[in-house]
Design a protein around this ligand. Structure first.
Ligand code: UD1
Length: 417
């Protein structure tokens, strides 16, 4: 297991590029199963989670090859129907293979993902949607057993907005008999990317970028040829890193139009942000100002940036509040940030952060992808040395983050133990 040894403080300067979006590529890889033949996906990041999805596709009989960010998925012999516990438990998004496997083979057996470090994370909406499209769904011995003759179009009204359930439903509806209407569909850019990719494959879909998506099912989906959108969370993590270290960085190969909520918060906290096509320059103040944030579905402030912004606000001038409305328990980073000397009080789903003048490096432990990047931000702002254990979490969602940050002036060493 690797650890990071980080010496701070290090203001960040220079230019850094952003890789393809993890949360867009995972459903796209599953969507390749809807077609027979060779799909080609470009701008695929080299991440642990992508590796896990590759293993899943291999197990289902697909043949994958990868070269310089171009992933080819040949589904000619993808006849498997089972997603086993050993893989699903390492990555929840493996559940994305449910809809395409069911739609193509009329049967799927997928392990239930279970909870995670930040709470129960149910999948009831995924299952409800499959039933609305005509599947029979049973839970047996920790597995979802779904079957149908052929999926048929239906009405799916989500009581709350779910990224995963929306993606799952769009995939299932693409091969269903007839038209499906999805209400309260998630608006995240990664959903729009999936819709765009499926439209390119010949599926007729209306309501792109709206909460009412209409999918006209087809009998055959063409193999994907698609370039993944930039990873907004990686880009926003770099922006928060510039903010907390008082740096001045230019983030390239990103899509600033996806980052409005985070940029608005950083500007309120004293950053200067200039946005151009596919790039953004972020200059941090000497010391950030306190601010109040509520996480929301897109286009609101993303829960996936909550740990990083709390880390950044630990040294802001004044008292900040961060309310987590998507995953009320998603605060495993808070006890770790306290080890740096941060003054954070938790009151249910509200974090109250009283800014301290400086943090001090400390030994800490990464608990999930975004919590880990929050700890890296705190370490780059802190005086002295930090050791972050269990950095495999960060490799799930960030490609060689230490190389990118070191090129901006950070001092991060990866140590294999
Ligand atoms: C996706 C992202 C994750 C992000 C999250 C919220 C991927 C691979 N992961 O996760 O990084 O933090 O969106 O932006 O894209 N819910 C239910 N029942 C369900 C499904 C969800 O109650 O069947 C609830 C969840 O508990 C949560 C809310 O809906 O409170 C939103 O979760 P959802 O959007 O589904 O998250 P994921 O797709 O799992």
């Amino acid at each position: 297991m690797d650890k990071f040894v980080i010496d701070g403080p290090t203001p960040l300067h220079g230019s850094v590029s952003v890789h393809g979006a993890k949360n867009a590529v995972l459903p796209l890889m599953a969507a390749a199963l809807l077609a027979r033949g060779k799909s080609v996906i470009e701008n695929v990041p080299d991440l642990r989670d992508v590796g896990t999805m590759v293993k899943m596709l291999d197990l289902l009989g697909a043949v994958t090859t990868s070269n310089e960010g171009v992933l080819t998925i040949d589904t000619t012999h993808a006849d498997g129907i089972e997603a086993p516990y050993e893989l699903v438990r390492t990555m929840r998004a493996s559940i994305y293979v449910l809809a395409p496997t069911l739609a193509v083979h009329g049967r799927a057996r997928v392990s239930m993902p279970g909870g995670c470090a930040w709470g129960p994370r149910p999948i009831d909406l995924h299952l409800m949607a499959m039933e609305k499209l005509g599947a029979k769904v049973e839970l047996s011995h920790g597995y979802i057993e779904a079957s149908c003759d052929r999926l048929r179009g239906g009405e799916v009204n989500f009581p709350i907005s779910s990224v995963g359930a929306t993606a799952q439903t769009i995939m299932a509806a693409s091969l269903a008999d007839g038209t499906s209407v999805i209400r309260n569909a998630a608006l995240e850019p990664e959903i729009t990317d999936l819709i765009d990719a499926l439209i390119e494959c010949g599926v007729e879909i209306e309501g792109r970028d709206t909460s009412r998506v209409v999918v006209h099912g087809t009998t055959s989906v063409k193999p994907l040829r698609h370039r993944v959108i930039p990873d907004r969370i990686e880009a926003e993590t770099f922006a928060a890193a510039a903010a907390v270290t008082g740096g001045d960085i230019t983030i390239t190969d990103c899509d600033p139009s996806h980052m409005g909520a985070v940029f608005a918060v950083l500007e309120r906290a004293g950053c200067t942000i200039e946005v151009g096509p596919n790039r953004a320059r972020v200059r941090g103040p000497k010391r950030m100002h306190a601010t109040d944030i509520v996480t929301r579905e897109y286009p609101g402030f993303p829960t996936d940036m909550q740990a990083q912004i709390i880390a950044a606000l630990c040294t802001a001038n004044g008292v900040s509040t961060v309310k987590e409305t998507i995953y009320p328990d998603r605060f495993t980073h808070v006890p770790e940030l306290r080890r740096f000397g941060a003054d954070i009080r938790l009151d249910g789903n509200l974090a109250v952060i009283r800014g301290v003048p400086t943090l001090g490096g400390a030994p800490v432990m990464a608990t999930d992808i975004r919590a880990s990047s929050g700890l890296i931000l705190a370490a780059m702002a802190a005086q002295g040395r930090t050791e972050i254990l269990r950095v495999y979490h960060i490799d799930r969602g960030y490609q060689r983050i230490e190389s990118k940050l070191n090129a901006l002036g950070a001092r991060i060493e990866r140590v294999s133990q």
